[in-house]
Write a protein that binds this ligand. Sequence first.
Ligand code: 5AD
Ligand code: SF4
Length: 471
Amino acid sequence: MDRNAILLPQSAIGRQREAIEKLRGLLAQEHTPPLAYVQTYGCQQNVADSQRLMGMLREMGCAFIDEPSRADIVLINTCAIRENAEKRVYGALGQLTHTKANNPRQLICLCGCMAQQESAAEKVKKSYRHVDIVFGPQALWRFPELLLEAAEERHRVFSIADEHGTIAEGLPVLRESGIKAWVSIMYGCNNFCSYCIVPYVRGRERSREPEAILQEVRELAEAGVKEITLLGQNVNSYGKDLTRPMDFSDLLAEIDKIPGDYLVRFMTSHPKDAGEKLFSTMARCGHVAHQLHLPVQSGCSRVLKAMNRGYTRESYLEKVRWARQAMPDLVLTSDIIIGFPGETEAEAMETVSLIEEVRYDALFTFIYSPRPGTPAAKLPDPASRQEKQVWFDRLLASQNRISAEIHQTYVGRRLRVLVDGETGDAEWPLSARTAGGRLVHLRGPKELIGQYAEAEIAGRNTWALFGSCVR
Ligand code: 5AD
Ligand code: SF4
């Protein structure tokens, strides 16, 4: 698609700003300040999207509250990646019938990946009539316009047209902290892994202009933000659609030139597009964390082919070797799906053997969940849920042992960590992250929050390290 049609004109953004101004007046008549409740399900991209939506709500004059009953505006940002995520949303929507009954002028908005699915939108239209606005990720930038229409006309608004997707620059954002920030570098996905709903709900891959990304990172670094995570469904295909193509490694190298005391992380990398150039760039760039989330999904080449992943067990393992050669201190994590349709026990055990071979620092593990409309959902799936659970438990047992063993190697070491918050635990009151992104529970003064500190690691469990500030 023509690049000019992807980059939204400033007039379209201007319309949103006008809608925000009108809503500021309109909502103030209901309540001063108007109260908003925002609930986010799913991945980091959704968290970043919610920060945009909250930025818009803040400019409408809203204050944020933690429970929906008193809210003038309720916004549920949904996830569609697995059936469970959807079930939780329907549960939350059911609860909201009561809040709406008590407060009929409440505006209930449903957005995110689930809202973009026609079947879900239809179900909400028919069976959840208290929901006022439904819009998918591709219409996120139009939230002010949609909200204004619902608030003025008092009718239901649905915006889920199946679009290629656009890029909106210049909309507000509400960052959750001054320590860490998310920066989307691209949207959408073109990979169509056979199990995955994302390409159907988030549209085609489109990269933000490098200047816009660099400007955003520069502002964050100048504001003292210490950790910047670049987001995209597959950051390794960054730049393919730009008028002047550049790749993700080039972008990382440009970002690295921005001065400041900060670390850059990124997710997610698709193994088929990650290679030596990326690893050597990461190794060379001082601001880039030696941390890689490289989802393998399966350790069996036959299953990988059925998943449409574009690599084999062997080619994946080779990339891991390259990455570790370039960065011996690399922290490596992955996503795994157990029980893909037709997967046998022996094939699932190939995944267990792969994780034993790679020895990831940590894993995100899932049992396959059929997503209507995806090719995998049409495949025969003879293995029972119980069988899959047994394979899954074996995988977890292996990984838990490996994570604990790797964590044991930190004990006794001194590391630079970023103190990012409080744990609520009196014994280990602070939480922190190592450069590789591992969680540390820390003893030390509260004043360190937002700073780098030197930590001595004294203990560990499977999921975290425990230590004390020494400086
Ligand atoms: N079932 C189970 N897990 C899935 N994922 C994506 N789609 C599905 C599905 N249908 C997992 C993949 C992906 C992660 C974000 O969610 O492992 O990397
Ligand atoms: Fe889904 Fe595959 Fe795209 Fe990731 S790369 S969002 S798993 S289709």
